[in-house]
Design a protein around this ligand. Structure first.
Ligand SMILES: Cc1cc2nc3c(=O)[nH]c(=O)nc-3n(C[C@H](O)[C@H](O)[C@H](O)COP(=O)(O)OP(=O)(O)OC[C@H]3O[C@@H](n4cnc5c(N)ncnc54)[C@H](O)[C@@H]3O)c2cc1C
Length: 433
């Protein structure tokens, strides 16, 4: 690593997800050109050693493998996770694999818990970028956390995959084999794509364990009236598709309680108890608890309020992107921009350049969000897409989604590495379809 003088100023990026990684990549390219490399040091911090492509976590959770061995788990992990050190120029960016415990914006200081040293460490910053993402939100539903698996991290996806394998391994020798009810709670995009892909996975598991298919049920439960934010028309398309895949949908059914073997919902003002042996929670996320604690307000639902330059209104040396940033939707200023990877990585790339303006004391540019595209795979090689108010569906869209995955790979990796990585994941994911 290039040695730096004691007076070096730290540009600290918290989080190496969609937002943070892209800030680091743009900064590492441009800092030396801006003649700031000698006086500034870029530090990227993440508690995970991996950058995770969350958009395909549902695939990892439901990817079929003949044997669940440590090697197979590694392969599944590599389908969506890339070591952060492979994505940055280690001579230009220092990566610290550590959890951020606290931020003191008055002292311009952060506190870390490093895994290796097992000691806490304090770091000062000249500029701080908040990109710590979101965490699973259980909305205080009784016993939900204890009796379900979330789908937010790579570890969650592997737990679901292995857990389902183990469930069948444990039950297949029983005579008669017991009924298996798998419930996905939360009908947002993640819940819908997970439920849809689950059918192909369970068909493979049934074959592997000689389990009667008719004994395996899949349910999707949603508190609201529609699915995946696709409105009534989109929900109708999903309903038809799920009928084909034999997945039951319960709409307008807020969850009241979850036990090991049942889920209580409220439907038509009545409590209904549904059997459930394996429950997955995809019902919501909240802003990183650390960001909420230090910067959150009621108005911003825990996120940090920023201006049009993605800069904190209260602390000009702090910037925020992705799930941490409270940026209102220009089309409806009462709403916040949706929490999406496509927004986080674009903000990250934009901010990488704006930080250089900040350091050079040049005027900062305004961030203009592009309209997001919603492209949702719904089992097999089939997808649904929403652009503005228009809905499209079909097989071609499933391929388009794969191309979008490739495009992101090409953005963060060199050409051949990106292509290899994409083909590797594609091969694993295709096994279910
Ligand atoms: C299952 C799933 C599927 C999704 N599918 C899509 C999709 O198809 N399309 C889409 O556009 N969006 C999708 N999203 C949303 C998308 O993942 C997020 O909006 C996006 O990741 C936000 O980017 P970010 O940089 O703000 O945070 P993240 O990408 O979540 O990155 C945050 C990083 O901070 C790290 N971190 C958190 N806390 C700490 C701490 N205290 N100390 C150190 N490190 C910490 C985390 O390890 C993580 O690497 C999906 C999300 C999930 C969970």
């Amino acid at each position: 690593m290039v040695s730096k003088k004691a007076t070096t100023k730290n540009i600290i990026i918290l989080g190496a997800g969609f937002g943070g990684l892209n800030v680091a990549q743009v900064l590492q390219k441009n800092l030396s050109q801006a003649a700031l490399a000698e006086s500034h040091k870029i530090i990227l911090i993440d508690k995970s050693p991996y950058h995770v492509y969350t958009a395909n976590l549902y695939e990892t959770a439901t990817a079929y493998a003949k044997k669940i061995t440590p090697d197979c788990q590694r392969i599944l992990k590599e389908s969506v996770a890339i070591p952060i050190t492979e994505l940055i120029d280690n001579k230009k960016v220092t990566f610290i694999n550590a959890e951020v415990l606290s931020i003191n914006p008055e002292k311009r200081e952060i506190e870390l818990k490093t895994h290796r040293q097992k000691t806490d460490k304090l770091l000062n910053y000249e500029v701080l970028i908040l990109a710590l993402g979101a965490a699973t939100n259980y909305f205080n539903i009784p016993d939900l956390k204890e009796n379900s698996l979330p789908l937010k991290t790579i570890e969650d996806a592997l737990k679901i995959n292995c857990g389902l394998n183990q469930h069948f391994l444990y039950n297949y020798k029983k005579t008669p084999p017991p009924k298996v009810a798998i419930t996905i709670m939360g009908g947002g995009a993640t819940g819908v794509e997970t439920a849809a892909e689950m059918r192909g996975f369970l068909n493979h598991l049934a074959k592997k364990y000689h389990y009667p298919k008719e004994k395996i049920k899949i349910k999707l439960i949603e508190a609201g009236q529609t699915l995946a934010g696709l409105g009534e028309k989109g929900t109708e398309i999903i309903k038809k598709r799920f009928k084909k895949l034999a997945i039951d949908i319960h709409l307008n059914s807020p969850i009241q309680e979850v036990t090991k073997n049942s889920i209580t919902i409220e439907s038509n003002h009545q409590k209904k108890v549904l059997p459930s042996n394996f429950a997955i929670w995809t019902g919501g996320v909240m802003v990183s608890p650390l960001v909420q604690r230090v910067f959150g307000t009621e108005k911003t639902r825990g996120a940090i309020e920023i201006n049009e330059h993605l800069q904190s209104i209260k602390y000009p040396e702090i910037f925020a992107i992705g799930d941490n940033a409270y940026f209102t939707d220009p089309k409806d200023i009462t709403k916040r921009l949706p929490l999406l990877a496509q927004i986080a990585f674009r903000q990250g790339r934009f901010l990488g350049k704006n930080i250089l303006n900040y350091l050079n004391k040049k005027p900062l540019k305004n961030y203009h969000p592009a309209s997001p595209i919603y492209l949702l795979p719904i089992g097999g090689r089939f997808a649904i897409m929403k652009i503005g108010n228009h809905l499209f569906k079909g097989r071609l869209l499933w391929y388009l989604r794969r191309l979008i995955d490739l495009r992101y790979s090409l953005l963060i990796l060199p050409f051949f590495k990106a292509l290899r990585k994409w083909l590797f994941s594609h091969k694993i994911f295709l096994k279910n379809d």
